[in-house]
Design a protein around this ligand. Structure first.
Ligand code: AMP
Ligand code: ZN
Length: 469
């Protein structure tokens, strides 16, 4: 199986370090808000990689972290801790915020058929390991103290920048005014931060009440669970220049050698060819899509149409196309399943070979999906085709054996306008804040526009058109 390694910038033959077991670390979500569909694209990619490895006979030892401390508003060590901010604004404890959004994330990945990694580790459960890591880095001369925290001195680590290929000299020339004048180099990053008096999350340390930087959690947890050298590290491409560059610096500085064999990154999802952002109102969650009549697996199918290393532009036209294609695929497979098995089985080995080659070629899933479609469309109906497709689905994870929804047409006409979804979201927020007056008036507004909101447990809801118009 070939995989593109970001570090070497080429496709390489993948071989695990130890026999048939693959050790893999995946950067998990920062649980201060609902994960959006862009985040989910990255976890679908992680899942496809895990499934492909399993199909090739490997056993997975996967670790994913849950970031519940340390991730600041900017990836470059500036701004407030995201969890701290959400807790302050919502008048809840950081642990409550983290628990709520972790549960929502787990519910989403289940709907998306994303298999859970073998171990899921919370950053706040590993403060001791992180602190020990930072103390060791300081002892080795890589860490130094400033007024607001402990920083990593990148000039002590000559390999800094090798993952992203950034030119530190150019970066220095174009650097903006440094917020922390005590930093020795502009790209030095925080290992540990001293807690301001109003900072909620804080732990004792040799530097007083403080909390970990963001990057250290992944170095400390991967080391604890996967050892000083492991097979694969995954994440989204936005992590290459800062988070993963910093992870490499910390881990290699501690071990004195390479700690990850393959760095594998998923490209970004765009919306309307641009960045997703709250201010543009184009950030969607899986629940949003469901409220609009699409299933989580329609979205998964949409993602599988693009190679994981290509940017993918999200549009509702594209998602509707994916929904139709998935429905047609399931319908066609049901016909194969129901066909008489007595007839001689068609020879499917050519398709199976092409499928395996595509998956083994740096996860060429769009091509593999094409092979599946050709197999399903060509030749006579036969249950062997259904069986072969089900086997391929161990990689796609599309639940192809499910019956196509009988009310497919009905749900397609039930695509809900974005304005109604916005009102419904506002209503959810109002209900969370126990502002029932606002929530009632929002319901009235939604109903006046011809839609009904049906409340579901756990603050979920469904929107339906009240009557055909
Ligand atoms: P975060 O919760 O911000 O730590 O991000 C979780 C994961 O989602 C990380 O692996 C990011 O690289 C990834 N990610 C963030 N935004 C996008 C996007 N628009 N498209 C694809 N992946 C993304
Ligand atoms: Zn990470």
């Amino acid at each position: 199986m070939k995989l593109y390694n970001t570090l070497t910038r080429q496709k390489e033959e993948f071989q695990p370090l130890k026999g048939k077991t693959v050790s893999m670390y995946s950067c998990g979500p920062t649980v201060y808000n609902y994960a959006h569909i862009g985040n989910m694209r990255t976890y679908i990619f992680m899942d496809i990689l895990r499934r492909a490895l399993k199909r090739n006979g490997y056993t997975l030892k996967g670790v994913m972290n849950i970031t519940d401390v340390g991730h600041l508003l900017s990836d470059g060590d500036e701004g407030e801790d995201k969890l701290n901010k959400a807790a302050r604004e919502q008048k809840k404890s950081p642990a409550e915020i983290a628990a709520f959004y972790t549960e929502a994330f787990m519910a989403d990945i289940e709907k998306l058929n994303i298999g859970k990694p073998e171990l899921i580790a919370k950053a706040t459960d590993h403060i001791g390991e992180m602190l020990e890591f930072v103390v060791k880095l300081c002892e080795k001369g890589y860490g130094y103290e400033t007024a607001d925290g402990i920083y990593f001195d990148i000039s002590r680590f000559p390999g800094y920048g090798k993952l992203s290929g950034i030119n530190l000299e150019e970066q220095r020339a174009g650097a903006r005014v440094e917020v922390n004048p005590q930093k020795r180099n502009p790209a030095d990053f925080a290992l540990w931060k001293k807690a301001a008096p109003e900072h909620i999350m804080r732990w004792d340390s040799p530097w007083g009440p403080s909390y970990p930087g963001w990057h250290i959690e992944c170095s400390a947890m991967s080391r604890k669970y996967l050892g000083p050298l492991f097979d694969i590290h995954t994440g989204g491409v936005d992590h290459i220049p800062i988070h993963h560059e910093n992870e490499i610096a910390q881990s290699e500085a501690l071990e004195g050698k390479k700690t990850v064999n393959f760095w594998v990154h998923g490209e970004f999802m765009m919306v309307d060819n641009g960045k997703m952002s709250k201010s543009l109102g184009n950030v969607y969650t899986i629940s949003d899509l469901e409220g609009m009549g699409y299933s989580a697996l329609d979205f998964r199918y949409f993602c599988l149409n693009a190679h994981y290393r290509k940017k993918l532009n999200f549009t509702f036209e594209g998602l509707t196309g994916a929904k139709t294609a998935l429905c047609n695929l399931r319908t066609a497979l049901q016909a194969h399943k129901a066909a008489p098995a007595a007839a001689p089985a068609p020879d499917l080995s050519g398709y199976q070979k092409d499928f395996a080659e595509a998956v083994g070629d740096d996860l060429n899933i769009p091509y593999a999906l094409g092979v599946l479609w050709t197999m399903v469309k060509e030749g006579k109906k036969h249950p062997a085709v259904y069986a072969a497709a089900s086997e391929m689905d161990t990689v796609f994870g599309l639940s192809l054996d499910r019956l196509p929804p009988a009310e497919e047409k009905k749900s397609r006409s039930a695509v809900i306008p974005a304005e109604i979804l916005r009102l419904a979201e506002q209503r959810r927020q109002a209900r969370l804040n126990k502002d029932y007056k606002a929530s009632d008036s929002l319901r009235a507004e939604i109903e006046a526009a011809g839609y009904a909101v049906i409340d579901k447990p756990g603050n979920e809801y469904e929107i339906q058109p009240k009557a055909e118009k």
